[in-house]
Design a binder for this molecule. Structure first.
Ligand code: SF4
Ligand code: SF4
Ligand code: FES
Length: 256
């Protein structure tokens, strides 16, 4: 087994402030960044706060920024860095720090709660739902999401613009709206809920300028921009400029 010493620079601090601290830590073959953070805890910084759970890229809790790039610590192999490189580990920048590498991601849970859930089709009991395989395949990609919030962290709309957070759900939750909107059994529209309009008017779809940064950092390789956000934008625009919808709105508005 090969062993070497790596130079790490880890952010330490809390809500009152903090800064980067230098450490030299042992690295063994096959290890990932989370192993090194655990070794730091075990040998030099027992009070270092870090959130993790599965160490298998499935729980989404070990999100951090490694050399400035949002990544899962448990899925970032040490072998991708050269041995003389200083590796910087900092908390997710778009969310408030709790302590060290742990951030308060409740922004995301608030956004999740704002999105109305699936509306079951009337007159069809669960278990009797029938869908074509191609209709299953499209939203299935989005169901791979592990809610690591790396896409939310990297999106420039909120990353440096706290003021946009109230009006913008972020890629993960715009993708959730897209998933529900393309679900062939979702009866939201019949129930009076226009998901395309709410995406635009209430969840800030228009803020997204399809830079694809969210797609680049997704550990599940979900094509967030191409398969969710762009189709949702197209459907929202189709709806807005559909002459029948326009006429319907006009007539609707004239009603007493
Ligand atoms: S594609 Fe849209 S949602 Fe994704 S990072 Fe860019 S602006 Fe944000
Ligand atoms: S879409 Fe990808 S990056 Fe965003 S929360 Fe889900 S798994 Fe993470
Ligand atoms: S510890 Fe679960 S995704 Fe990294």
């Amino acid at each position: 087994m090969t062993t070497y010493d790596a130079s790490f620079r880890v952010w330490r601090g809390d809500t009152a402030g903090g800064g980067l601290k230098d450490f030299t830590v042992e690295v063994n073959d096959g290890e990932v960044v989370l192993d090194i953070i655990h070794r730091l805890q075990a040998t030099q910084a027992p009070d270092l706060a870090v959130r993790w759970n599965c160490k298998a890229g499935k729980c989404g809790s070990c999100s951090a920024e490694i050399n400035g790039r949002p990544r899962l610590m448990c899925m970032t192999r040490m072998s991708v860095f050269s041995r003389d490189e200083v590796i910087t580990v900092t908390p997710l920048r778009a969310f408030p720090v709790v302590r060290d590498l742990v951030t308060d991601v409740s922004f995301n849970y608030e956004k999740a709660r704002e999105i109305p859930s699936f509306v079951p089709p009337p007159g069809v009991a669960p278990g009797d739902y029938r869908m074509r395989q191609e209709d299953v395949d499209r939203p299935q990609e989005f169901r791979k999401c592990i809610e690591c919030f790396l896409c939310q962290d990297t999106c420039h709309v909120v990353r440096d613009h706290e003021e946009n957070k109230a009006a913008f759900a972020g890629p993960r939750f715009l993708m959730r709206i897209a998933e529900l909107d393309m679900h062939p059994l979702d009866a939201a529209e019949e129930a009076g809920l226009d998901r395309k309009r709410t995406a635009q008017d209430e969840h800030g779809l228009g803020y997204c300028n399809i830079t694809k940064c969210c797609t680049e950092v997704c550990p599940e390789q979900i094509k967030i921009t191409d398969n969710a956000l762009i189709p949702l934008k197209e459907r929202a625009v189709d709806r807005k400029y559909d002459p029948l919808v326009w006429l319907g709105n006009k007539i609707g508005r004239r009603r007493p």
